[in-house]
Design a protein around this ligand. Structure first.
Ligand SMILES: Cc1cc2nc3c(=O)[nH]c(=O)nc-3n(C[C@H](O)[C@H](O)[C@H](O)COP(=O)(O)OP(=O)(O)OC[C@H]3O[C@@H](n4cnc5c(N)ncnc54)[C@H](O)[C@@H]3O)c2cc1C
Length: 537
């Protein structure tokens, strides 16, 4: 199989034109082309007047060796890599103990699926509810100002990514093509097939719910077990080795292999682990606001006369500005045609994030406009100090929003002038349960406000209208990534001072999104399987 890259065609081309382009590129006749499949399809929109589709393809030809020789100097014609996933171990029939996984986010789910497929019958513990009742609880905050601290956007089956845009791209290095395994499992569970080849795949929140259920069914069919509303409150460590976990109802579960995939909002769990002596260090993360513009403005700026073309869909953007005060401001988790969502898991806190449906056809575009911060900005040098800072900012936003889970908001024009907003303009904010127009300058530390005030006019230079007076800022965006890292050993994936404990995914500081968390879940599951096999289960 050959991998052919950089095949460029105009928008609206036919399948036949694609085939002709392959024949032309390889200088072969139609008879010599046996088969082909699209591996990646993106769009080059750098020239707004001449947007083109760009393909990578795997091509089966009659005489592969000859073509490889003919194109030996051409790095756009190569031998296709083998991306098929191969299991690293298989459990024996008489499995005597089973691995425990804490958390059912993309990391815990993928670890659970892999272990189940290898025959290890994992036990999966989740503090929140199954995904359907969880959806009801999440809507209760969005519609009725009612928060359930154990069942919400962050906690419950499917983890933090369930109510999201379901963007599935990552910048991690992936030499073993584990991302392909993840996407294939997602398609098996009901994701659209196009996620296997479009350059910026996304699923949208509706499908994610049923996908989560299907993956759960497969794990259970393979002998795995789920326990919901089962919050892990303690961990038993004997001479540096995990021996079990305790649930909130007092039940003790013996385990020598525990995957900790608790996400970035499990603050109580981090505190417990710290108290038990598990090594944790503070790490950088980012803070800021969500910004909302009309999607049409973003489409127009990015695609010009192609705006609205269904092949292109709603346009996204990625922005970064390095400020005079040494801070960097960047756009985070951009959601085209989406909504800003209430994403707190703690009472008395307000946190923003963004999500979209698969169609991405809501009126507004939103993204986090966030400022990078480091442990030097934290109130003290305790490893958990970043959590204290997050909580303080979230509590401040709660009060600024009116102390009822409405979020504080301000128009960009007023924010830049330093005056409170009193009336909305042309952009209607999408955050529910509601917003409270106010002054946001006290919502974040001064250096962050200064940096965002400098960055917005700079972003205007890249996207005309970005600093429009009526665009809306909603606060605060604090859960951009984990404020801690639970350090693990590179080779064994176990905590550096607690054997049998496998910190994984976003909460432990090893992922930053759905796909990277799921890939980390595979790697950690493999490490657990290899360890269990070497100890003969
Ligand atoms: C609104 C929103 C939109 C997002 N959009 C995107 C997007 O489009 N694309 C993208 O790549 N990323 C997105 N993200 C980020 C993404 O969701 C996370 O990076 C990803 O879910 C991390 O996966 P994880 O498995 O490591 O942790 P999580 O998904 O956070 O899962 C952790 C799980 O552990 C459970 N848990 C925690 N503590 C305990 C305990 N003590 N006992 C038992 N269970 C426990 C939690 O209930 C939770 O279900 C979004 C996040 C949010 C909140």
């Amino acid at each position: 199989m050959l991998r052919l890259t950089e095949i460029r065609l105009p928008l609206g081309h036919s399948p036949d034109e694609l085939q002709q382009a392959i024949l032309k590129r390889l200088q072969i006749d139609a008879d010599a082309l046996l088969n082909y499949s699209v591996i990646r399809r993106g769009f080059d929109a750098r020239k707004r007047g001449a947007i083109v589709a760009v393909y990578s393809l795997d091509v089966e030809v009659a005489d592969e060796a000859l073509l490889l020789q003919r194109f030996s100097d051409d790095h756009h014609v190569k031998q296709a890599p083998d991306t098929e996933y191969k299991f690293v171990a298989q459990a024996s029939e008489n499995l005597s103990n089973r691995p425990v996984i804490i958390g059912t986010g993309p990391c815990g789910f993928m670890a659970g699926l892999l272990l189940a497929q290898m025959g290890f019958k994992p036990l999966i513990l989740e503090r929140g509810k199954e995904v359907r009742p969880r959806t009801k609880d999440t809507w209760a905050l969005w519609r009725e100002h009612k928060l359930n601290p154990e069942s919400n956007v962050q906690f419950g089956e499917g983890g933090a990514g369930t109510f999201s845009d379901g963007k599935l791209y990552t910048q991690i290095k992936d030499p073993r093509h584990l991302g392909v395994k993840v996407l294939q499992e997602f398609v098996k569970a009901g994701a659209p097939e196009e996620i296997l080849f479009v350059s910026k795949p996304h699923i949208g929140t509706f499908r994610l719910v049923s996908m989560v259920e299907r993956i759960r069914e497969e794990i259970v069919e393979l002998g795995g077990e789920f326990r919901f509303e089962s919050r892990v409150t303690d961990i038993e460590i004997e001479q540096g080795q995990v021996r079990g976990v305790t649930l909130a109802d007092g039940q003790r579960i013996a385990a020598d292999h525990v995957i900790l995939a608790v996400g970035h909002s499990a603050r109580d769990t981090f505190r417990m682990l710290h108290q038990r002596g598990v090594y944790i260090e503070a790490k950088p993360f980012s803070i800021g606001f969500r910004i909302e513009h009309p999607q049409a403005l973003i489409d127009e700026c990015r695609y010009g006369s192609f705006a609205g073309n269904p092949e292109l869909g709603a346009a996204d953007y990625k922005l970064v500005h390095h400020c005079k005060n040494g801070r960097s401001v960047y756009s985070f988790c951009m959601c085209p045609g989406g909504t800003v969502v209430a994403a707190t898991s703690e009472e008395g806190c307000v946190v923003t994030n963004g999500m979209s449906q698969y169609s991405r056809n809501e009126r507004n575009a939103n993204s986090g406009i966030v400022v990078g911060i480091t442990p030097d900005d934290f109130p003290d040098d305790n490893p958990l100090a970043g959590i204290d800072l997050q909580r303080e900012l979230e509590a401040r936003a709660f009060v600024l929003g009116g102390s009822n889970y409405d979020a504080p908001a301000q128009l960009v024009g007023d924010f830049l002038k330093g005056q409170a907003s009193t009336e909305l303009g042309s952009v209607e904010p999408s955050y529910t349960p509601g917003i409270n127009l106010t002054e946001l300058s006290t919502a974040l530390p001064d250096y962050a406000i200064e940096a965002i005030r400098e960055a917005l006019p700079m972003f205007e230079r890249k996207i005309k209208g970005f600093a429009m007076a009526d665009a809306v800022l909603t606060g605060v965006e604090t859960r951009t990534s984990s404020p801690i890292r639970i350090k693990r050993n590179n080779g064994s994936y176990q905590s550096i001072n607690t054997k049998g404990l496998y910190p994984a995914g976003e909460g432990a500081g090893y992922a930053g999104g759905i796909l990277s968390a799921a890939v980390d879940g595979i790697e950690v599951a493999e490490a657990v399987a290899l360890s269990m096999v070497s100890k003969r289960d």
